[in-house]
Design a protein around this ligand. Structure first.
Ligand code: GLC
Length: 538
């Protein structure tokens, strides 16, 4: 392995969305004993780290991203003893566990907020961001992520509080040193329990622009992150956190940082900055999830990040997560070329520089879930937007089509274990509908078929682990026809050539080398089939 080998650069992370993973007690909701029951298959896949979406006590307005007790487990998921058991069982199999740290905001049911809202003068008032009305209205024009305004008025004390997300997720006031110390205390408490790191939720939103100025633009509410994203103080807070808690620990820290440029990512992840190990790369998913599928743009974005970050910073790479649609549905082809395109994205994910993050279900080619009525949706963003727009007089059917095209529930449907009723996820009534395609798309089918997507991921993961160039090597784009993405990873011990056909056409291309892995059983020497992917040793 290269001179400076680092475990979290070599690790493959698997994201478990506990609510939709496996239900052990028949209440329709996945739980911690359910995760324990399935650890063997994760070990078989070859991943190294499990990232758990929030499992803390929460009223679940935003599926656990509204925490009311940071040091207790949501009884729907189990007990603290179950959590400790999960940690021990994971560690016994060589799997590490990282937790989701949601500290841009709490739940409005957290005791800090209960206290905070009682009077204007109390020890917790300043834990949150309270402001007087301006001309009888909100203190500024910031729009919220899940509501029109980012402010809600509280009758009890006659002030507004800030919530970048839903009104039930009040933003913490990071300018208050007491808040920062509470967060550090909570982090240290979990680390002392033996967890292996954190995914830091919405972390580059914690610092707000001094004075909370209006966003630019006309209109009552302006949706923009200009005044609360990547503010300079954000870096001060991370460095303080690093110094106080992380510096002495060999843990994985990954920041969920919206709207990050290459330079911003370096500022967060360069080792000499002492902030985090890595930030997630979102520019590529943001592009294809909003603008649409565009192979040229995907190549341009990934190339720019690979070249710009090498030797300077580190990213977490993903094509799927709980907030996004499944890549096989929105960039691949989830009908005719489902297997091929799922395997192509496995190849891309596992041959780039950056720590790969898999989202549960991608390793079996799960596709976007689509539901027939608004009642079947759960995502707070979807439901709030629908309610607000219908209340404002819009046609409910038009609004429904609009919100379901962006709903985060597309990727949150229950894991498809087998072809039985409700995919073997639960014996009860699932909290959200199971995708009907589970009859054909499920883990059992994948395990039984040596050419399945699961076994391809398993082989691709093994290849990455055996090939230092795929972890540490320098990226170099290779000129190729538009439909193809071709690049090298050049390492100390040799280089690999990766050839990907991002289109539904067959494309001529001559590649040389020893074929290490490929998506197609009988590759043609000078031609790639739709969504064909290959990795060569040169
Ligand atoms: C992050 C989470 C998302 C959540 C939001 C608010 O973006 O990934 O699921 O709704 O933060 O906590």
């Amino acid at each position: 392995m290269s001179g400076n080998s680092v475990w979290w650069k070599e690790a493959i992370v698997y994201q478990v969305y506990p609510k939709s993973f496996y239900d052990s007690d028949g209440d329709g909701i996945g739980d911690l004993p359910g995760i324990i029951a399935k650890l063997d298959v994760l070990q078989q896949l070859g991943v190294d780290v499990i990232w758990l979406n929030p499992v803390y006590v929460s009223p679940e307005v935003d599926n656990g991203y509204d925490i009311s007790d940071y040091q207790a487990i949501n009884p729907k998921f189990g007990t603290m003893a179950d959590f400790e058991h999960l940690l021990a069982e994971a560690h016994r199999r060589g799997l590490r566990v990282i937790m989701d740290l949601v500290v841009n905001h709490t739940s409005d049911q957290h005791e800090w907020f209960h206290e905070s809202r009682t009077t204007r003068e109390n020890a917790y008032r300043d834990y949150f961001i309270w402001r007087d009305p301006v001309n009888g209205r909100e203190p500024n024009n910031w729009a919220g992520h899940f509501t029109q305004s980012a402010w809600s008025f509280d009758d009890a004390t006659g002030q507004y509080y800030l919530h970048i997300f839903s009104p039930q997720q009040p933003d913490l006031n990071w300018e208050n040193p007491a808040v920062r110390q509470e967060v550090q205390r909570i982090m240290a408490w979990w680390l002392a329990k033996g967890i292996d790191g954190f995914r830091l939720d919405a972390i580059n939103l914690i610092a707000k622009a001094p004075g909370l100025p209006d966003n630019r633009g006309d209109g009552r509410y302006i949706f923009s992150i200009e005044n609360f994203c990547n503010q300079p103080r954000f870096h001060d807070y991370l460095r303080e956190m690093n110094h106080a808690v992380l510096a002495q620990q060999d843990v994985l820290t990954v920041g969920e940082c919206a709207a990050l440029t290459v330079d911003d990512a370096i500022a967060v992840s360069a080792p000499d900055r002492h902030e985090l190990n890595m930030a997630f790369l979102f520019e590529h998913t943001d592009y294809y999830n909003t603008v649409g599928k565009d192979p040229q743009k995907l190549k341009e974005i990934l190339t720019r990040w690979q070249v710009g970050l090498h030797g300077r910073g580190w990213v977490g790479l993903a094509f799927n997560n709980h907030d996004q649609p499944r890549v096989v549905s929105c960039f691949g082809d989830d009908t005719r070329y489902r297997e091929e395109s799922a395997k192509l994205f496995a190849t891309l994910l596992l041959t780039l520089e950056g720590t790969p993050f898999l989202f549960q279900g991608e390793e079996i080619g799960m596709t976007n879930a689509v539901y027939a009525t608004i009642e079947e949706y759960n995502d707070v963003g979807t439901v709030n937007l629908y309610r607000e727009q219908v209340a404002a007089g819009a046609d409910p059917q038009v609004v429904f089509e609009r919100v379901r095209a962006t709903s985060r529930d597309r990727g949150r449907s229950p894991y498809q274990w087998d072809g039985s009723a409700d995919a073997g996820f639960t014996t009860g009534i699932p909290w959200i509908g199971v995708n009907p395609n589970h009859v054909a798309v499920n883990l059992q089918e994948n395990l039984d078929d040596p050419d399945s997507i699961f076994h391809y991921y398993r082989r691709m993961i093994a290849l990455r682990k055996a090939t230092p160039a795929l972890v540490y090597g320098r990226f170099e784009a290779v000129p190729a026809p538009d439909a193809l993405f071709v690049y090298r990873r050049i390492g100390d011990e040799g280089s690999c050539l990766v050839v990907l056909n991002l289109s539904e056409e067959s494309v001529e291309f001559a590649a040389e080398g020893t074929l290490l892995i490929g998506t197609h059983a009988q590759p043609e020497k000078n031609r790639l089939q739709p969504y064909e992917a290959r990795v060569y040793r040169e």
